[in-house]
Design a binder for this molecule. Structure first.
Ligand code: 5RP
Length: 225
């Protein structure tokens, strides 16, 4: 079994009847959502899902998982999502799949957050993975130039056909090729205060449990936050 599938199945074990569940986005979260769909249909599991992207909404609907929007629930019991990088102190980069804004809103409104990754995502310091920054389209070239002047090696995310990538909220994404992020909190603070920045992919002090898929099985790590 693929490591992504292994952790997706393991994460589904945390989900019990009556829960409101945040459904993450990406190729690892896919296996979690599929398993929740299977349990809803085959075992009669009763949950309400809150999705983190249009892509996950379509998947969950196709599987018959009952859904509500984030604004229709009082809170979310558990959110299970993937991640692009997780540092030794359990800070994360997310948004490789472009869903960082909805993912952060759902995570911020969750009692418990579980990240599911394969071991290649576990790193010492964040930053080898390009940091996604979601920006409004208006003035995005000005922001790009600012990032360039700061030496952040920005790159507009583009589609396979060369168009500017648009998020579910119809914003652009600028990926910052930073190499190494030694002070993620300072960077997060700087980015969120730039006019035109909607959200960034630094997910800090956000996760409770990390499930890491390894060739020897799933490692369960309780993160202190
Ligand atoms: C999407 C995300 C994903 O969770 C992240 O990119 C990991 O994806 P994958 O499991 O496909 O590697 O943040 O915005």
């Amino acid at each position: 079994m693929e490591l992504k599938e292994l952790v997706g199945l393991k994460a589904a074990e945390y989900i019990k009847d009556g829960m409101t569940v945040g459904l993450g986005t990406g190729s690892t979260a896919y296996y979690f959502v599929k398993e929740i769909g299977r349990r809803v249909n085959e075992e009669g599991l009763k949950i309400t899902g809150v999705t983190t992207s249009i892509q996950t909404k379509e998947l969950a609907e196709s599987l018959g998982i009952p859904l509500k929007s984030v604004d229709e629930v009082s809170c979310i019991d558990i959110t299970v999502d993937g991640a692009d990088e997780i540092s030794e102190d359990f800070q994360g980069i997310k948004g490789g799949g472009g869903a960082l804004l909805f993912e952060k809103i759902v995570a911020d409104n969750s009692k418990k957050v579980i990240w599911i990754v394969d071991e290649s995502k576990m790193v010492k310091h964040l930053g080898a993975f390009p940091l996604p920054v979601e920006v409004v389209c208006y003035g995005s070239i000005q922001l790009f130039n600012k990032f360039n002047e700061k030496g952040y090696n920005p790159e507009f995310r583009k589609t396979a056909t060369g168009d500017y990538y648009l998020t579910d909220e119809k914003n652009n994404i600028i990926d910052l090729h930073l190499g190494e992020i030694l002070d993620p909190k300072a960077l997060a603070e700087e980015l969120i205060h730039l006019t035109g920045v909607v959200e960034h992919g630094l997910f800090l002090d956000c996760v409770d449990i990390v499930l890491v898929g390894t060739k020897d099985g799933v490692k369960v790590i309780e993160a202190k936050r």
